[in-house]
Design a protein around this ligand. Structure first.
Ligand code: NAP
Length: 456
């Protein structure tokens, strides 16, 4: 049985971040014997997912990926429906009625859970909430309780670096970025003086990438403080440096920092290795973090030594990785936070393929890898989908207009590519007035109003 109508493959993609847009692009460009029509659904009124709402505002190089993503959307083969939530505004049954297949590319935007006492205390934050706040995500509160003088950041990945940098950086140094106005105003009065980054393993087992790590040491009026006792602990370090260019560079950066003169800056970032957080302390608010000293176990991991110390902090940011969210009617692996799949084909509890359902990006493979990795991932999924022609759904309402009618009938205020272009132009105009590239519109309703209002 084939679901192909009039030789047009109708595909819905849910999630308009890099994973969804790359998948759409690859589908359009793939060698195939039929036409393809793609609708991209996104719960936010604007496209680009983590590039808009995850990449720090002072990372214009990475934000530049938007140019490639925009070219795909501007290609004319893909329709965009923003401000449409899967699970409430549209369901899997709706998609089955309108499409031959769906690719879920919803990413991983929640924080992985840190199972230690005190995690729920006021003043203990998931990094993703803070990232969403400083990137002007419409669904988080406008204000952030940035009243802390000392903060702990748990984790040795790039998100921990982003969070630490945004906390330690002087707000004036963000002025030439697209930082939202409410975020700048709050950062400008932040009383913070000390940020403590904790890695449970050693300096050569970090997940930082060199470029991002180096940047931390370039912050104006910020000292980087390291502890000599954290270095030369693991016998395998020399081997790591000899076999990995990345670790060689990381080692060079850390060595350079250790040799620096410190003491004059008004803010400090303390980088602690072999420091495993075991408890967040406080009664009605965070007052300290309890750390257990670890040592290498000879197999790349660490073991606790039973030696504890408490470091006074008034906030804790948990940057220990992201986690995917389940989608209504779609298989979900609750331990890994992904859609279980085989080469992008969703599979159920019995390892059987769920026909018509595909996945790509972080919700497929977990929250690892840089944006570029997402492209090869999408290629695999698109190949699987195209090869499965006999297994696709047979939609009863395949006409492209039928989806639009459905959204209208349900009173959903969706945004389109043209609407997004209007919002984009509006944000750029706001920025231009202040010699900045863009000032983001943050409230969802305002975003939708601007995107759906025709220019006079
Ligand atoms: P990540 O790279 O997986 O790092 C997570 C960190 O948390 C690791 O150091 C891990 O330590 C630590 N961790 C995990 N569980 C822990 C626990 N229970 N206690 C203490 N520490 C714990 O994750 P991420 O930083 O969220 O980044 C996600 C992806 O986005 C990465 O691929 C990253 O490179 C990318 N990203 C890139 C940029 C950029 O600017 N280029 C910015 C942000 C994110 P172990 O290693 O010991 O498990």
């Amino acid at each position: 049985m084939t679901g192909l109508q009039e030789t047009t493959l109708r595909v819905a993609i849910v999630g308009a971040g890099p994973a969804g847009i790359f998948a759409a692009d690859l589908l359009v460009k793939a060698e195939r014997k039929f036409a393809v029509s793609i609708d991209l659904f996104e719960q936010l009124p604007a496209p680009y997912g983590l590039v808009r709402y995850g990449v720090a505002p002072d990372h214009p190089r990475i934000k530049g990926i938007v140019n490639a993503l925009r070219d795909v959307l501007d290609g004319g083969n893909i329709r965009f429906f923003g401000n449409v939530r899967f699970g409430t505004d549209i369901t899997l049954d709706d998609l089955k009625r309108h499409y031959n297949a769906v690719i879920f590319t919803t990413g991983a935007i929640r924080d992985a859970e840190l199972d230690i006492p005190g995690t729920d205390l006021p003043g203990s934050f998931g990094a993703s909430e803070f990232v969403s706040w400083y990137d002007g995500h419409p669904d988080v509160p406008r204000d952030w309780p940035l009243t802390h003088r000392a903060a702990a950041v748990i984790g040795n990945g790039n998100v921990a670096l982003d969070v630490s940098r945004m906390l330690a950086k002087h707000a004036e140094d963000l002025l030439d970025t697209e930082v939202p106005a409410n975020v700048y105003d709050r950062l400008a009065v932040s009383p913070i003086t000390d940020v403590h980054i904790f890695g449970r393993r050693g300096p050569l087992q970090v997940r930082f990438t060199p470029l991002e790590l180096r940047e931390l040491g370039e912050l104006r009026d910020v000292d980087i403080i390291l502890d000599d006792a954290d270095f030369g602990v693991d016998e395998s370090d020399e081997r790591s440096i000899a076999t990995s260019k990345q670790l060689l560079v990381i080692n060079r950066i850390l060595t350079g920092w250790r040799e620096r003169e410190v003491g004059k800056a008004s803010r400090r970032v303390h980088v602690h290795f072999y420091s495993k957080p075991v408890e967040i302390l406080g009664t009605d608010h965070v007052t300290a973090i309890r750390i257990e000293r670890t040592v290498p176990d000879g197999e790349g991991s660490v073991v606790g030594t039973g030696e504890f110390r408490d470091i006074p902090v008034d906030a804790v940011y948990r940057a220990i990785g992201y986690f995917g969210s389940p989608l209504e009617g779609v298989p979900f692996d609750k331990f890994r936070g992904v859609i279980p799949n085989s080469a992008g084909r969703a599979i159920d509890d019995d390892d059987e393929q769920v026909h018509g359902v595909y996945t790509s990006g972080w919700i497929k493979r977990g929250p690892v890898g840089l944006i570029g990795t997402t492209k090869s991932d999408a290629l695999e999924t698109v190949h699987s989908l195209l090869r499965d022609q006999a297994e696709w759904w047979t939609p009863t309402e395949p006409a492209p207009d039928a989806v639009v009618e459905m959204l209208h009938d349900r009173g959903i205020r969706y945004t389109t590519i043209e609407g997004w272009r209007r919002l984009d132009a509006h944000e750029r105009a706001l920025g231009e007035a202040q010699q900045r590239e863009r000032i983001k519109v943050v409230p969802r309703d305002e975003m939708v109003d601007i995107a759906t209002t025709e220019q006079p």
